[in-house]
Ligand binder design. Structure first.
Ligand code: GLV
Ligand code: MN
Ligand code: MN
Length: 406
């Protein structure tokens, strides 16, 4: 079977999607449920309908676009990713796995292929933690990892509850065996494929992510009149915690342990006012969950020390601490065969970023494929994937979907 991917179409679709943003392209900001996000989703729906796919949306906003197979009762072969984008990011994260997959489906249709199992494009809602502080909201609920009760209790950055759903959240979790298999295409977000000149990465496992929120409370006051020995500066406690995060991540001695203190919210946030309250959000990951958990505990211990030393009130909450995922050997083999058939070299690799596949792997045999991105850059406006790589990814995906759906 010859699969002809229209690379220009993928590039044009990515360009169009990039216009739905709160910041001007190439700087992308598309926070879930924002107006930009809603407009992007409406446009995407039209594209799926134009491809002859049957659309449905669940109460949370996960979108499903189905190419009906000849056996309508058989578990479907799923593919997809997300289109929400963190503030000041690029146009390829997640979107490649949606628009690339859509082109894979169109290419299979053009080839005359008829799927036995349905092939379904899934556009996950809220993969990024920007709004609710917790990543993979859509796939968490689809897989049952997050209960409707816990989801309903989530608050966003403005302290508003999750209120955009259109029906009971109890309807979001997918029934058992809904998917026969699931494959997600994504940019690597790391430098290996480009550096080694390898066009395809086949993911064997996904690292275990965790996030922690820490609230530090001290005493505010006048920056000129409160003398240094009297101060209980919440930001100085936060600064010590940030350094403790770096130290704890490095202390494992494992290159796979990473820790980031990426959100620092200082109140009242004025140069001449001593910070009275700081919110920190930390991101800690490792390929080994027990090692990651030991880092979380070490940070907690440090918080207690800093609290005593600086007379601050410090409260920490673990927002999530997820298990790592292993990819399914059968789906990995289908990806290997597709690369071989296309004459494309591949490497097996770990995903250090998380993806909705982390949760899909709990309910379906799942694997991922990566394409190179320039300089390994992601979560930045200069994120870039070349048309040839986009086409390679879509072609391998199409062949894999065809094999799994046959
Ligand atoms: C996904 O965006 C991640 O942070 O890994
Ligand atoms: Mn991302
Ligand atoms: Mn992503």
């Amino acid at each position: 079977m010859q699969i002809n991917i229209d690379a220009e179409r993928i590039v044009a679709d990515l360009e169009k999607l990039a216009t739905f943003s709160d910041t001007e392209s190439p700087v992308i900001t598309r926070i879930v449920y924002s107006e930009s996000d809603q407009r992007a989703r409406a446009w995407l729906k039209e594209q799926c309908v134009s491809a002859g796919l049957a659309m449905r949306e669940d109460p949370l906003g996960n979108m499903f676009a189905r190419w009906q197979g000849t056996d309508a009762d058989a578990g479907a072969v799923g593919t997809g990713s997300h289109i929400d984008a963190i503030p000041h990011s690029g146009r390829f994260d997640g979107t490649v796995g949606v628009l690339g997959a859509l082109e894979s489906v169109r290419a299979l249709q053009r080839s005359g292929f008829k799927p036995h199992r349905s092939i379904e494009l899934l556009v996950f809602i809220s993969e990024e933690p920007t709004r609710f502080g917790i990543g993979c909201l859509g796939s968490r609920m689809l897989s049952g990892a997050l209960t409707p009760e816990k989801a309903a209790a989530l608050k966003d950055r403005q302290d508003q509850p999750l209120s955009h759903f259109t029906g009971p959240l109890s309807r979001v979790q997918l029934p058992p065996q809904y998917y026969h298999s699931f494959v997600e295409l994504h940019i690597e977000q790391g430098p290996i494929l480009e550096k080694e000149n390898i066009p395809i990465g086949i993911v064997t496992n996904i690292a275990a992510p965790a996030a922690m929120r820490i609230i530090i409370e001290g005493e505010g006051g006048h920056a000129g009149t409160v003398l240094m020995p009297e101060r209980r500066d919440a930001f100085l406690g936060a600064a010590e915690i940030a350094l403790a995060v770096e130290a704890a991540a490095k202390a494992t001695g494992a290159i796979d342990t990473v820790g980031t203190c990426g959100l620092v919210d200082v109140f009242p946030g004025l140069a001449n006012s001593i910070p009275s309250r700081v919110k920190l959000e930390l991101d800690i990951r490792d390929t080994v969950a027990t090692r990651r958990d030991a880092v979380l505990q070490e940070i907690d211990r440090k918080c207690r020390d800093i609290s005593v030393k600086r007379k601050l009130r410090i409260d920490s909450t673990i927002l999530h601490a997820d298990d790592p995922a292993g990819c399914d050997p059968t789906v990995v083999t289908a990806l290997v065969r597709a690369c071989d058939a296309e004459g494309l070299a591949y490497w097996r690799m770990v995903s250090r970023a998380y993806h909705d596949s982390l949760f899909m792997s709990r309910i379906a045999p799942t694997a991922m494929l990566f394409i190179p991105c320039r300089g390994g850059v992601s979560h930045r406006p200069d994120e870039y994937a070349a048309p040839r790589d986009l086409a390679n990814g879509a072609r391998v995906l199409a062949r894999t979907l065809a094999a799994l759906a046959s």
